[in-house]
Design a protein around this ligand. Structure first.
Ligand code: 5AD
Ligand code: SF4
Length: 461
């Protein structure tokens, strides 16, 4: 085993010491972890909540708490503005509770421009904690309490893995298992490789052990996480092998994974999904664009044809498999013809749903230096056209499901209206239904009575 890949036991022991010291001075304080962005951040937040609970904080859902950790997202500018806006409001809470500690964590904390902005204009922020060093949360809080001042100096990304951190899950039947961290792909538009550091994979034994413990605890929904799970490479195992080993763990659960990169998604992976009924019949395979020229400038390293070949192979091997995708419209200098390529691809693949984004310029990435004569209005028009096309496809392809019976896992309560429960099918489709909240965390058979672009509407059988 490569020990240098891991944060050393001595360093983790120091964090435990800091935990005890914060705990000793903690007289009933509260903490709130506010999460933005992707599942990777959700998973990191669960660990930060775990550490905070060990430090004696009561975990609350309130930004007036004694400690507020903002686990931020830097993928698009809009998300950053939202985070900065919320931090702006917090200046009032800090006046009422001057002892409040505000920590900006997550991807934004790894950006130099953000660090400068926070240093000058957001003085209410006490510390920055980037995604590669969030395991230092106990040390950070102890230093803030004991030394005062602000901890916003520059930190190089720490490309190691911290094993064995405590976890507080939001719901007991659903769990994220990070299998790798960071990204080495450097897609030309993306900030992730700069803020999450180099790719590093956990050992397969550690991952399988975690899945086994979760399954034994009755967890029904286990999601393997990584920025690019297909390039997982831990202790000699590749991703298809890891997925198979996890799927062979005993227990009644569904195994999902996020996110796949088409250039590394192999036939072996598709064969592994086909061979293991516990793996969700769904592949989230972000294509980003349907133009080979744009894909080349995005540094994606596959062509539209190669992508479609994968989809065709998966459809042949895994009956009923559904695809979802991420698509960026308005990448610098995307021509009408490039965009039509994306429209054609969406028609050809017929995704179950897509996440569509308007390109957002990220300082420090190669795409930020590219010429971009396309107006924002044009980009918005393309965005709307793609959304309308996908809505049509979603409805057309879901309509035949009306009247059928599907097995679902009831996930939780819905915030809206009469259909008070949410559930998921074996393909990961969202189902809205009416029922007793006691069903949460169990499997049920549901008759599909209607469909929307967002979910299937169901009735308990
Ligand atoms: N602008 C717009 N969308 C982006 N994404 C990543 N970076 C950008 C950007 N600069 C999208 C990609 C990725 C998803 C998580 O976010 O589609 O798959
Ligand atoms: Fe960003 Fe590309 Fe890495 Fe995904 S694979 S995180 S889009 S650089």
């Amino acid at each position: 085993m490569d020990r240098t890949k891991f944060v050393s036991e001595r360093e983790l022991e120091y964090q435990r010491e800091c935990t005890e010291r914060v705990r000793a001075m903690n007289a009933g304080m509260t903490a709130f972890v506010d999460t933005y962005g992707c599942q990777q951040n959700e998973a990191d937040s669960e660990r930060m909540r775990g550490m905070l609970r060990e430090m004696g904080y009561t975990i609350v859902d309130d930004d007036k708490a004694d400690v507020v950790v903002i686990n931020s997202c830097a993928v698009r500018e809009h998300a950053e503005q939202r985070v900065l806006g919320n931090i702006g409001h917090m200046v009032h809470y800090k006046k009422i509770n001057p002892e409040q500690k505000i920590i900006l964590a997550g991807c934004m904390a790894g950006e130099e421009t953000v660090r400068q902005t926070v240093k000058k204009s957001y003085r209410q922020v006490d510390a920055l904690l980037d995604t590669t060093s969030f395991w230092r949360l106990p040390e950070t809080l102890l230093r803030l309490y004991e030394q005062g001042g602000r901890l916003i100096e520059h930190a190089e990304p720490d490309s190691r893995i911290a094993e064995g951190l405590p976890v507080v899950r939001t719901v007991p039947h659903k769990a994220y298992v990070s299998i790798m961290y960071g990204c080495d792909n450097f897609c030309s538009y993306c900030i992730v490789p700069y803020v999450r550091g180099r790719e590093r994979s956990r050992d397969p034994g550690d991952v399988v052990r975690e899945v086994r413990e979760l399954a034994a605890d009755g967890c029904h929904d286990i999601m393997l996480l990584g920025q690019n799970v297909n390039s997982y490479s831990g202790g000699g195992a590749d991703f298809p092998e890891l997925l198979s080993r996890c799927a062979e763990v005993e227990g009644d659960f569904t195994l999902r994974f996020m996110t796949s990169h088409p250039k590394d998604c192999s036939h072996a992976l598709i064969d592994a999904i086909a061979a293991h009924p516990k793996v969700e019949r769904h592949i989230h395979l972000p294509v980003q664009s349907g133009s080979d020229e744009i894909l080349r400038r995005m540094n994606r390293r596959y062509t539209v044809e190669q992508y479609c070949e994968l989809v065709d192979y998966a459809r042949k091997k895994i009956p009923g498999v559904i695809f979802t995708s991420d698509i960026i419209v308005g990448f610098p200098n995307e021509s009408d013809e490039d965009f039509e390529g994306t429209v054609e691809l969406v028609k050809r693949v017929r995704y179950d749903s897509i996440f569509t984004f308007i390109y957002s310029k990220r300082a420090g990435t190669p795409a930020a230096e590219m010429d971009d004569p396309i107006t924002h209005e044009q980009k918005v028009k393309r965005f709307r056209r793609l959304m309308a096309l996908q809505d049509e496809i979603t409805l057309e392809d879901r309509r035949p499901l009306i009247g059928s019976t599907v097995r679902v896992h009831v996930d939780g309560e819905s915030k809206s209206g009469e259909l008070n429960l949410t559930a998921r099918t074996q393909e990961g489709r969202l189902v809205s239904l009416k029922g007793d909240s006691g069903l949460i965390g169990t499997y049920a058979n549901v008759k599909v009575t209607d469909i929307t672009t967002f979910s299937l509407i169901g009735e308990l059988k």
